[in-house]
Design a protein around this ligand. Sequence first.
Ligand code: ADP
Length: 180
Amino acid sequence: MIRALYPGTFDPIHNGHIDIATRASRIFDEVVVAVYDAPPKKLLFTTEERVQMASAALTHLPNVSVISYRGLTVSCARSVDAQVIVRGLRNVADFEFEHQIGWANHQLAPEIELCCLFCNGEYANLSATILKEVASLGGDYRQWAPEHVRLALQRKFPEADSAALPNVVSRSDGKLSHHG
Ligand code: ADP
């Protein structure tokens, strides 16, 4: 029996994450999605909210469960008896990051293998950061996240008005912003 751990921040879970979890569930007997409790970055959702959204997004996959964790990812993998860590790769930047962190994890826990899955091309540029930014500015992101995640984002950004789309312009710093 091979159990895989799919760790990440999932702030919030989106279709790119769901694609990786779905494909991992076809490869491994069990997949444990592990929501990192306290990453060194500012989060929009609490750990409980992120776990709930991930669980709701993955209920259709019977061999996938969702937990939260603190501390080292390899310690979490050991504590749930996972032999493999799964990560998704979107681009070369992801590859370089995973290569480095994979090296460190291998030093710490050589018995745990790393399995990187290339993401579906459709989601190659999708990140939770982009999702949150578009949501906060009232853009249409229906194709990027399930309905319950969209509702949760709407609750976080009640002032975002999808009718504001025509006012959205590109700024020179590459961020999306309201006109004016
Ligand atoms: P991080 O762990 O860097 O905080 P996330 O929590 O957002 O990043 O992502 C968790 C995992 O999902 C990582 O392996 C990440 O590469 C992967 N991932 C993120 N976005 C996508 C996407 N659009 N398609 C496929 N995999 C993705």
